[in-house]
Every structure is written in structure tokens, then in C-alpha cells.
Design a protein around this ligand. Structure first.
Ligand code: NAD
Ligand code: IPM
Ligand code: MN
Length: 354
């Protein structure tokens, strides 16, 4: 029997609550399929670990994770540990060390999901964001000089390499070609006169290899406006690390909320494990109360199944999420329901078995 070895980093706040449901669902899928199994190994890394050990994960944490086929992550970050430490020393370092340079984030309005936009039909919100996930504004390059002095200076550099831009743009073109969809590049070449001019240039260069793919190019400010006013313009979207981060929270807002937004951090060459996670954070405001919506995590489990070639089960999970949104009998409060986190997970498992 095929075994998928999964490192589980539940993390902080609602992380453990939602990841518990994701694991429950994946176990059920494997049990029903019978031809593969999951071997889950839990790592208690995160902010609590930091407060005890002075670091977010052990020194050999990355080495340890290398032995796995995938990482399943809840959320990282909690009041008491500065966010730039908790995120850089766990989530961001995994994305970087494992060269997970593709961040796939669907923005798709499922049947039954709430949408705050007036006059927009459900089918009009069906995008797939391909977010650059290894460099750009998140390169971590900079300096803090003359700290606390009157002449204090901070520098935060954006780093856009030809290799880095080209591979993510090419990946997006391949997706658009395979799915027969349009591809939109989102950048900001008018103000960011080096990085984004370069990005736009590479987008045009790569486009020459894909004459069959219809392309669009938007400035990020206009793109944010069109996502709200006319979302049907966007199908496959490729953008930089920071723009992708911001626009996919906006994407979540127009497609059912943070409780439904999933993401896959992929190393497409499979030289390193890929990582699957809901895109929301640790939500300290609702943590520990059973209020967290686990469906984003279930959707990211679906992305994991797709990555492992289990397309049938990936599709099944998405269908189940959609059916549950329509039925409205087992939803958390963010979606207008009264169910707890684990009741939603139980319902997914129940429907799998039907
Ligand atoms: P957040 O995504 O945690 O929360 C934003 C809002 O969305 C909150 O009101 C929260 O209650 C709600 N929400 C989020 N997920 C939900 C869910 N599954 N069900 C119901 N409601 C949900 O963002 P934030 O408050 O800006 O950040 C909190 C912490 O999480 C910070 O430390 C931040 O750095 C961290 N963070 C981590 C990740 C990650 O690990 N991938 C992502 C984003 C933020
Ligand atoms: C996300 C998160 C992270 C990001 C943070 C927590 C570093 O917001 O995955 O969207 O900005 O990538
Ligand atoms: Mn984000």
C-alpha cells in the first residue's frame, strides 16, 4: 500500500482546532479508498514552543521535515511572540528552504457561499491565484541602522530575480494553457520602477512562448478595484509575493470568507516537501472556542490529495464542502451557522462515507 508521510504542524490559536478536522478527514479518505494510507507525525512547534525553548522549532527542524512527503500546517503567530519572529522562523522559513515557490490560492465562489458583492453571479468568481512565494517583497533583505537614534534608518529590499520571476510566470502560463483559461499578471510598474518593470518585461517575454494563452496585465490598485467591481475579468492570475498575499485575503472576502480560503505551497519539482494550509491566521479573537471554520483546511487537504494524484478524492472533498454550504445544517458562525469546528469536520466525514 502507498503511504504518504505527512508532517503536521498544527501551530497556534485556531491552528490545532482546524488541523484536527483536516487530519480526521484525510484519515477517512484513506480508509475509504483502501489503496493508500497517511502516516501523520505531529510536531508541537509554534509560539508555545517558542516561549519554552526560545525558538519556533528545533535547530534541525528543516532537516526533520525533509523526510516527509508533505507538511500540513494550521496557523502560526500569537500575541506574546513578535509576529516577524514567529512567522519568519517557522512558516516563511519552510516556504523558502523547501523552495515552495508556487503558492496556489483558489478564489472560487462555491454554491451556497455568502458573497458581499451586489449584482455578481456565482460563476463570475472563479479565479486561481498563482502567488510568487520565494522572493520579491518577502526576500528578507534589509537592514536596521542606528536603532533608536535620531538618524535611524530601515531598509527593506524587494528582490526579483530573473529565475524567480520567470519560473512562477511560466508555471502560471502552463496552468492557463492546460485549463484553457486567460492569464492576468498583476504588478505595479508605474511606481516600482525596477522590480515591477522587470516583472512586466518577463511576463511579456514568457508570453511569447504561449501565443495560445490570452493575457491581461493590470496595475495592482486597479486589480483590487476590479476584483470587487467586475471579478469575472480574472481567471488564472499571477502576481508577486506581497500583492498575492493581500489580494487573496480580498479574494477570500468575496468568496465566502477566511474560513473557506485554502492555499498550497508547492515545490513543483518535488525535490522538497510541499506544504498545505488554510490561508487564514491563528485568529486569536476566536481561538479555543470551537468557533473556527475548518473548511478552508479541508479545502487545503483537497489540494494535498490533488498533489498526490488522488484527483477523485480531491474533487469529492470540494463537492462535499459545496453541498454543506447549500444544506446549511453544519456550518460555523462565520457562515451563519451554529455548529462547532468539530461538528463541521464530523459532517464532512459522514458525507464521505455516504
Ligand atoms: P486571521 O486570519 O487570523 O484573522 C482575521 C479574521 O478572520 C479574524 O476576525 C478571525 O476570527 C477570522 N478568521 C480567520 N480564520 C477563520 C476561520 N477559520 N474561521 C472563522 N473565522 C476566521 O488574521 P490576523 O488576525 O491578522 O492574524 C492573527 C495572527 O495570525 C497573527 O499572528 C498573524 O501574523 C498570523 N497569521 C498567520 C498565518 C499563517 O500561519 N498562515 C496567516 C495569516 C496571519
Ligand atoms: C499568508 C500569511 C503569511 C504571508 C504571513 C503570516 C507571513 O499572511 O500565508 O497569507 O504573508 O504569506
Ligand atoms: Mn496572508
Amino acid at each position: 500500500m502507498k503511504t504518504h508521510k505527512i508532517a503536521v504542524i498544527a501551530g497556534d490559536g485556531i491552528g490545532p482546532e482546524v488541523i484536527g478536522e483536516g487530519v480526521k478527514v484525510l484519515r477517512k479518505v484513506a480508509e475509504l479508498d483502501g489503496s493508500f494510507q497517511f502516516e501523520f507525525t505531529h510536531f508541537p512547534w509554534g509560539c508555545e514552543y517558542y516561549l519554552k525553548n526560545g525558538r519556533m522549532m528545533p535547530e534541525d527542524g528543516i532537516e526533520t521535515l525533509k523526510q516527509f512527503d508533505a507538511v500540513f500546517l494550521g496557523a502560526v503567530g500569537y500575541p506574546g511572540v513578535p509576529d516577524h519572529i514567529s512567522l519568519w522562523d517557522l512558516l516563511l522559513i519552510i516556504r523558502k528552504k523547501f523552495d515552495q515557490y508556487i503558492n496556489l490560492r483558489p478564489v472560487k465562489l462555491l454554491k451556497g457561499a455568502p458573497c458581499p458583492l451586489a449584482g455578481v453571479k456565482r460563476e463570475e468568481i472563479d479565479m486561481l491565484f498563482v502567488r510568487e512565494n520565494s522572493e520579491g517583497e518577502y526576500a528578507g533583505s534589509g537592514a536596521w541602522l542606528y536603532r533608536d537614534q535620531p538618524n535611524e534608518v530601515v531598509i527593506q529590499n524587494g528582490v526579483f530575480s530573473r529565475h524567480g520571476c520567470e519560473r512562477v510566470i511560466r508555471y502560471a502560463f502552463e496552468l492557463a494553457r492546460a485549463q484553457k483559461k486567460t492569464l492576468t499578471s498583476i504588478s505595479k510598474g508605474n511606481a516600482l520602477n525596477y522590480s515591477m518593470v522587470f516583472w512586466d518585461q518577463i511576463f511579456r517575454e514568457v508570453a511569447a512562448d504561449y501565443p495560445d494563452v490570452k493575457t491581461y496585465s493590470y496595475l495592482v490598485d486597479a486589480a483590487a478595484m476590479f476584483m470587487v467591481k467586475d471579478p469575472k475579468r480574472f481567471q488564472i492570475v499571477v502576481t508577486s509575493n506581497l500583492f498575492g498575499d493581500i489580494l487573496t485575503d480580498l479574494g477570500a472576502a468575496i468568496s465566502g470568507g477566511m474560513g473557506l480560503a485554502a492555499g498550497a505551497n508547492l515545490n513543483p519539482e518535488r525535490r522538497f516537501p510541499s506544504m498545505f494550509e488554510p490561508i487564514h491566521g491563528s485568529a486569536p479573537d476566536i481561538a479555543g472556542k470551537g468557533l473556527a471554520n475548518p473548511l478552508a483546511t479541508v479545502w487545503s487537504a483537497s489540494q494535498m490529495l490533488e498533489f498526490f494524484g488522488e484527483q477523485k478524492w480531491a474533487d469529492r472533498l470540494l463537492t462535499i464542502i459545496e453541498e454543506m454550504l447549500v444544506e446549511k445544517t453544519a456550518l460555523t458562525p462565520d457562515l451563519g451557522g451554529t455548529a462547532t469546528t468539530s461538528e463541521v469536520g464530523d459532517r464532512v466525514v459522514e458525507k464521505l462515507a455516504e
